[in-house]
Design a protein around this ligand. Structure first.
Ligand SMILES: Nc1ncnc2c1ncn2[C@@H]1O[C@H](COP(=O)(O)OP(=O)(O)OP(=O)(O)O)[C@@H](O)[C@H]1O
Ligand SMILES: [Mg+2]
Length: 179
């Protein structure tokens, strides 16, 4: 109960900061392969749920705020845990100059008609069904604000009965102009 209250409080604080344009991002180069492995391992232990990590051998580096990016991933994993019963997969890949992180579950999926509303504040699918999961409907709106605030994009691919994938993309960080 206390954790839920604290989370709601934190969510509201983040939204207030976002509205006033005062979220500060400390951007630094981050090796996504390492970050995702660390967060996936932690979340697997905490939630007692299998979390598969798929990263290739090639390092994928972006410039982002490490704590905010962790917050984004933990929110998406938390949703995967709440709204599905099977394993969750986090995949990192680089396609041309774009770094992509996908957080996927094999839950009941999100109907097409509601897919673009899901990032709105307080929007929850089927309030009655969601009641036991006790969320506030703020997680994804914060995730979107944070991702976009760091220069990334987020989208959703979901199929009813098959599951959902949240896809985050960032420009690959390049130290020299050769990459
Ligand atoms: N992976 C998912 N599979 C199915 N439905 C999802 C998934 N992620 C989010 N949803 C739906 O989108 C709604 C909004 O998600 P969001 O994370 O913003 O809020 P929440 O999980 O209800 O609460 P909070 O994250 O604030 O604790 C959820 O209530 C749920 O109905
Ligand atoms: Mg949530």
């Amino acid at each position: 109960m206390l954790i839920k209250k604290l989370r709601r409080h934190r969510h509201l604080l983040d939204l207030a900061r976002a509205d006033s344009g005062s979220i500060h991002f400390y951007l630094e180069p981050i090796i996504l392969n390492e970050l995702v492995t660390e967060i996936g391992g932690m979340a697997q232990q905490y939630n007692n749920r299998t979390i598969n990590i798929e990263t290739g051998a090639e390092k994928v580096i972006i410039k982002a705020d490490i704590n905010r990016l962790k917050q984004v991933l933990l929110n998406l994993i938390d949703n995967g845990v709440k709204y599905s019963e099977k394993e969750i997969t986090i995949k990192v890949e680089k396609i041309k100059e774009t770094a992509i992180i996908q957080v996927s579950d094999r839950g009941s999926g999100i109907p097409l008609a509601q897919q673009n509303r899901i990032f709105e504040r307080f929007y929850r699918l089927d309030e009655a069904k969601c009641r036991n999961t006790g969320g506030t409907g703020l997680g994804l709106s914060i995730v979107k604000t944070l991702v976009e605030g760091m220069g990334g994009k987020i989208s959703l691919r979901s199929q009813l009965g098959e599951g959902s994938s949240f896809i985050i993309s960032f420009p690959v960080y390049c130290e020299n102009l050769l990459c």
